[in-house]
Design a binder for this molecule. Structure first.
Ligand code: GLA
Length: 574
């Protein structure tokens, strides 16, 4: 076997490959080509994560008509539009605290003397879309008029101005356990936007900004904030009580991966890339490159937050790297997950919309450069040969056997596309816990094979037990979880016994199991709690390509419910 290649991720993908790397290696068995890639793009308001720009992170309330036009023009002139950025989003402070005599929202006449409609017209004339900010409460976080009680009027006002995207905020602070209190106001606004869309004839993306994940937000919004506000710092500032940072956002967002997907993207908040340009902050270009790569692989909305009129060449190169943008916008629509963590180094992966294609980000959070390795079966491929392309450097690295290693700089990432072979299809009677899934998202550490999900470490579970009945085989998880297997159109049935595992603290917790086959929900347990016996599942798989096992938290507010797909198996052709 050839030695793995070492690639040094220096500043921004200026990657030096060692001379001895690349080359051949033993060939894998022939790939089975019955997966029918590429899959078509989903329909809907946001089939891929929204891309654009927002005023808040850098400019806060310093926004004017002229400034927004300059930014829109800069999106075109800088190549951002060409790279896929589309929304020009005006955040808080565009409006007055008071409504007019008819109860209408009013733009601040000093900053937007002609109102919002002409700004929208200008943005549209450039082939871009306009986003605006609103709030579910009596006032916005910046003390401007909120939409509470005015939802119908405000939705119609904004739609008639030409607004294509509404970020809907959560002030005044709703206090502890706010989910059930704030849900109805977000629900009302989505309904009113639906109605306004019918009148004006264009879509309005709803960005739910409720500072934390809620299942209802996932249903209502095309994107939903999973975190408190990001800050322009790599890790939290030790001298501040504010825990916000790039790393905080991406890690808070990670366990929710099973919920992300077309038209309901998890949003770890807007980008800070470039906001330390010209000495304005402490984040390095290497860290910004990592920030962007992690948002890309997490299928997070790519909403830039810097001064696009005045970007460094490096910032522009990060934001407009089309090969990294492509992994974010991939039509398979999966949120990448951390597939491996060893000390301060981790490997993040997601399947792409092509046979045997995976995107992989190697992250090094340590203070020193370190080698990071992944095996191809750890990213849901079979072992053997695969090609690797460095997406930061936009350079092919060659063909590798079984694994790939790169030296990753401190706080850096190496972002690669791997093209190998999908795992073999199941044959005969096969337990899922003996197969390689192409994707496995889990609320806490890895999905476990034949044990419960203990804590975050691999292999830390106990025997699977549901209401006292033990099971030798199965998959142990913590909701939310999504696991995908390929079937190769050669299987006939899936069966399992499902329930909250006895290992869930005292059997508490409520979850919902769904079996989704080629995009169609073929089994739905509805809510199961820890008092209910294992529920049998039997699903016909004849002629199907992909089996997705989804377990959600059933809106009960408690995350990390331990649950098991006990005895999970498929019957397939020999
Ligand atoms: C909240 C949001 C931010 C921003 C500000 C504006 O903090 O989370 O993204 O919109 O309000 O006041």
């Amino acid at each position: 076997m050839r030695k793995p290649c070492l690639l040094f991720a220096g500043l921004l993908g200026v990657a030096a490959t060692l001379p001895a790397c690349g080359g051949g290696g033993p060939k894998s068995p022939p790939a089975e080509t019955d997966d029918d890639f590429p899959m078509p793009l989903a329909s809907g308001r946001s089939p891929t994560p929204p891309m654009g720009w927002n005023s808040w992170n850098k400019f806060a309330c310093n926004i004017t008509d002229m400034f927004v036009r300059q930014i829109a023009q800069a999106i075109v002139d800088s190549g951002m539009k060409d790279a896929g950025y589309q929304y020009v989003n005006i955040d808080d402070c565009w409006s007055l605290a008071a409504r007019d005599a008819s109860g209408n929202l009013q733009a601040d006449p000093v900053h937007f003397p002609n109102g919002i409609a002409p700004v929208a017209d200008f943005v549209h004339s450039l082939g871009l879309k306009l986003g605006l900010y609103g709030d579910r409460g009596t006032e916005t976080c910046g003390h401007r008029a909120g939409s509470q009680g005015y939802e119908m009027q405000d939705a119609m006002t904004m739609a008639s101005w030409g607004v294509d995207y509404l970020k809907y905020d959560n002030c005044p602070d709703p206090g502890p356990n706010p989910g059930p209190i704030i849900e109805p106001s977000y629900e009302t606004m989505r309904m009113q936007l639906d109605a306004a869309e019918q009148v004006v004839g264009h879509n309005i993306v709803f960005s739910v900004c409720a500072w934390s994940f809620y299942e209802w937000a996932n249903r209502l919004g095309q994107l939903q904030r999973t975190t408190t506000d990001i800050k322009n710092t790599w890790v939290p500032d030790p001298n501040s009580t504010d825990a916000g940072s790039i790393i905080t956002s991406v890690k808070t967002n990670l366990p929710l991966a099973a919920y992300g997907g077309p038209n309901h993207w998890n949003d770890p908040d807007m980008l800070e890339v470039g906001n330390s340009d010209n000495g304005a902050g402490t984040v390095t270009d290497v860290e910004y490159q990592s920030h962007f790569a992690l948002w890309a692989i997490a299928a997070a909305p790519l909403i830039a937050g810097n001064d696009l009129r005045n970007m460094s060449a490096t910032t522009k190169a990060i934001l407009t790297n089309k090969e990294i943008v492509a992994i974010n916008q991939d039509a398979f629509g999966l949120q990448g997950v951390q597939v491996k963590q060893v000390g301060e180094q981790s490997v993040w992966a997601k399947p792409l919309n092509g046979n045997g294609e995976r995107a992989v980000v190697l992250l090094n959070e340590a203070a020193e450069a370190a080698p990071v390795t992944f095996r191809f079966d750890e990213i849901g491929l079979r072992g053997g040969a695969a090609t690797v392309r460095d997406l930061q450097a936009q350079m092919d690295e060659g063909t590798f056997t079984d694994s790939f290693t790169a030296l990753v700089s401190s706080h850096g990432t190496v972002t690669v596309k791997v093209v190998g072979s999908e795992p073999p299809r199941p044959r005969g009677m096969a337990y899922l816990s003996d197969l390689t899934p192409i994707y496995a998202a889990n609320g806490l550490g890895p999905v476990e094979r034949d044990t419960t999900n203990g804590s975050s470490d691999p292999g830390d579970g106990k025997p699977i037990t549901i209401r006292g009945t033990p099971f030798m085989k199965g998959l142990g998880l913590s909701a939310p979880s999504a696991i995908i297997y390929r079937l190769g159109q050669k299987c006939t049935s899936f069966s399992a016994q499902v329930g909250v595992d006895d290992s869930s603290t005292g059997g508490v917790g409520t979850v919902r199991f769904q079996v989704i086959v080629d995009g169609e929900v073929l089994f739905d347990s509805q809510n199961l709690d820890g008092t209910m016996p294992a529920m049998p599942v039997n699903v016909d798989l004849t002629g199907k390509r992909r089996l997705k096992l989804l377990v959600t938290n059933a809106d009960d507010g408690s995350s990390l419910d331990r649950a098991s797909w006990a005895d999970a198996k498929v019957e397939c052709d020999p």
